[in-house]
Ligand binder design. Sequence first.
Ligand SMILES: [Fe+2]
Ligand SMILES: [Fe+2]
Length: 278
Amino acid sequence: MKHWRIDEVDWTRFDRSKVDADILPIVKAAAMVERNGTDYAAYLNGVFADDPDFRQAADNWAIEEVQHGDALGKWASLADPCWDYEAAFARYRDGFHIDTEADASIRGSRTGELIARCMVETGTSSFYTAVADATAEPVLQHICRQIAADEFRHFKLFYDHMRRYLARENLSFLRRLRIAAGRITETEDDELAFAFHCANEPAARAYAHERCLSAYMSRAIAHYQFRHIERGMGMIFKAVGLPPRGRLSDLSARLAWQLMQRRQRRFAERSEPLPLAA
Ligand SMILES: [Fe+2]
Ligand SMILES: [Fe+2]
């Protein structure tokens, strides 16, 4: 079912001298969010209660997401033997909840839910490609390439189901665009910021959204190159029903790139050095 397995990764190639101190904390944070995939699958099972095909696909999807978390968690434990992946994830689970009892999408429709999923997979596929291109550590590079390929397949999976629901629900273009844009801005909500906190800060330190968001974002955005944004913009355009290649997509990618650079500088100004984890 899976396209690759953690025990097939050649962990002996791990090279401590090539671990980047600014990549390690974002890998730890990403492991939290990925591992939480099971809860999101429970939510999707409720939203698509009468669609057994999709429910099966969502369950398979979650198995891959959890594997992403475990692979990143294992790598981060090699890079930082003092780090406790399980304990960090237990803190994350305690403090960040997805409504696993919902019987309808928080996006207002199933098409909307699937568009939001496409945005998340666009983000993760770009993120892991950017990290793979940025790191010189061979095992992390390999894992991130495998994960990025999974995330691209996940995009396709949700996109195909979205087209099926779109034919039925007829969501307008503007509505689709609003949902896509809304999900992209949610990147700055608690999911990633709180993951950064649990994965990198001592349990005794109180969570502060702005501090943790700046710490995460300043490091994460710094590793993107323009080509990652260009490709991501093509995926966003495809998901909302616009031509993925062309002048509008190019212009949007260039604009997004400028905005991200500016945002990265703002986050970096606010970001504090990491305290030693307890
Ligand atoms: Fe993932
Ligand atoms: Fe994914």
